[in-house]
Design a protein around this ligand. Structure first.
Ligand code: ASP
Length: 447
């Protein structure tokens, strides 16, 4: 892959830029539709075929690539480089918080002066660009990965859990994990199951806009996360992001009861079937009464193994049950069905489900409704599924159920024990009752 491709150019745009021997950072003259633009060639993010240039005015524009576009290189630009910002001075009297970086938007940055891209800002760089953190905590940083969260897999959850456990055992007051938002809720569920009896908070944090953009939510999210990690009275895994579209408050969701609900809004994460742990403004205010208190003397129990032989299957009208047989034949040991309403799938699936369970495959059932609880005793469909041995996932999110089944199968090969683990509330994934208000997505405000 050439440099221009790595920086997002494809097809006709790439051909034109190559033809004019251009690199990102070079000064170009582009003629299109009778107009001439002069500017610095920028990297191209997102979909589309336009060529992005920074004009002398400082504005970036996208020029549509047509057969009429002509490009001339006027000069070579400064070689793209990233200058790491100076690190702030630390105050030893403040709580000791470790920020781990794993990648994602929160750790991405474009240097718009030179066009340089740093898709891998380390936790140290994050500390450098958000110096306010040094007024809240004595921050130490640790690089773990530099990947987008869609590339995470079970092995990465295990590695991350090991890293966090090491720091917690060293006696830190809290851990913050900078993470891509796409699958951050899966990781927060995975860490909730893997890190049991945590004495301190472990807070995942992401951003919907990278830190180089004026509209970035990275700094405010990070500040809220570090404050929660250092000062919150609860222990356990949380996920901190904007509470609303304003910068006023950061909300810390429980790691097992949170979902990414919007592709681009800052308040994309919402607690489902439960209250968030807390909101963070200039201090941490608890919203939930049900939490384990911070207690540095508590011993952490690390159970970081996950099976990768589990699938999540969404049921829909006309669903072909041979999909279930296929997965069993592929050697899957667990299947989470995302059923309709109170926890149903069509009767045409019953034979395949029964066969899977007879072969020792654990089958769980979560609802594809966003809020509420599976109740498989209301209709005969649900009762018959229970009779086949399907485990009802109560008010647990389907994706949390998936991660929990991966985790349970990583702990034991004994199917009965796996089912027992699934039925137990291990990390706040089940709530004892679903109040109508708490079952709604939004405890104040809404998307
Ligand atoms: N695709 C990115 C990721 O999840 C998006 C983000 O960071 O928000 O890593």
């Amino acid at each position: 892959m050439c440099e221009l491709e790595g920086l997002g150019y494809r097809g006709k745009a790439l051909e034109l830029l190559r033809g004019a021997d251009c690199s990102v950072g070079d000064i170009l003259e582009i003629s299109s539709r009778g107009r001439v633009y002069e500017g610095i060639l920028m990297p191209r993010f997102g979909a589309g075929a336009a060529i992005i240039v920074k004009l002398k005015s400082g504005y970036n524009i996208g020029i549509e690539v047509t057969d009429m576009v002509e490009i001339k290189r006027l000069g070579r630009g400064a070689k793209p480089a990233f200058v790491a910002p100076l690190l702030p001075k630390q105050n030893p009297a403040l709580p000791h918080v470790v920020i781990m970086s794993t990648g994602g938007t929160i750790a991405s940055r474009v240097d718009y002066r030179t066009g340089a891209v740093r898709s891998a800002m380390s936790a140290n760089d994050l500390l450098g660009v958000v110096p306010e953190l040094a007024d809240i905590a004595r921050v130490e940083t640790e690089f773990v990965f530099s990947i987008y969260s869609e590339d995470f897999c079970q092995r990465d959850w295990s590695e991350l859990a090991l890293r966090v456990a090491k720091r917690v055992e060293e006696g830190v007051d809290g851990v913050v994990i900078a993470h891509g938002t796409d699958t951050m809720a899966y990781t927060s569920a995975a860490l909730s199951f893997a890190l049991q009896g945590l004495p301190v908070p472990v807070i995942l944090v992401g951003a919907q806009r990278s830190s180089d953009r004026p509209s970035s939510d990275a700094a405010t999210n990070l500040i809220g996360a570090v404050r929660a990690a250092g000062e919150a009275p609860f222990a356990g895994v949380g996920l901190a992001m904007h509470e609303s579209i304003s910068d006023a408050a950061i909300v810390v969701h429980r790691g097992t009861k949170v979902r990414k609900c919007h592709t681009s809004r800052r308040d994309t994460f919402q607690s489902v079937n439960g209250l968030p742990f807390a909101v963070v403004e200039d201090r941490v205010v608890m919203l939930s009464e049900h939490y384990q208190r911070r207690d540095p003397s508590r011993r952490l129990v690390l159970r970081q193994k996950f099976s990768d032989a589990v699938v999540l299957v969404k049921f829909y009208p006309g669903f072909d049950p041979s999909v279930i047989d296929f997965y069993v034949a592929q050697g899957m040991r667990g299947i989470v069905l995302e059923g309709s309403g109170l926890g149903h799938v069509s009767r045409v699936c019953f034979e395949s489900i029964g066969r899977a369970i007879d072969r020792g495959v654990v089958v769980g059932l979560a609802s594809q409704c966003v809020g509420g609880r599976v109740n498989m005793n209301v209709y005969d469909t649900g009762r018959d599924l229970l009779g086949l041995g399907v485990v009802a996932f109560e008010d647990m999110l389907a994706e949390t159920g998936l991660v929990k089944l991966m985790w349970a199968l990583g702990q034991t090969d004994d199917t009965r024990q796996v089912v027992e683990l699934l039925r137990a509330d291990v990390a706040g994934e089940y709530s004892c009752c679903t109040l109508l208000r708490e079952g709604s997505l939004h405890y104040r405000g809404g998307l």
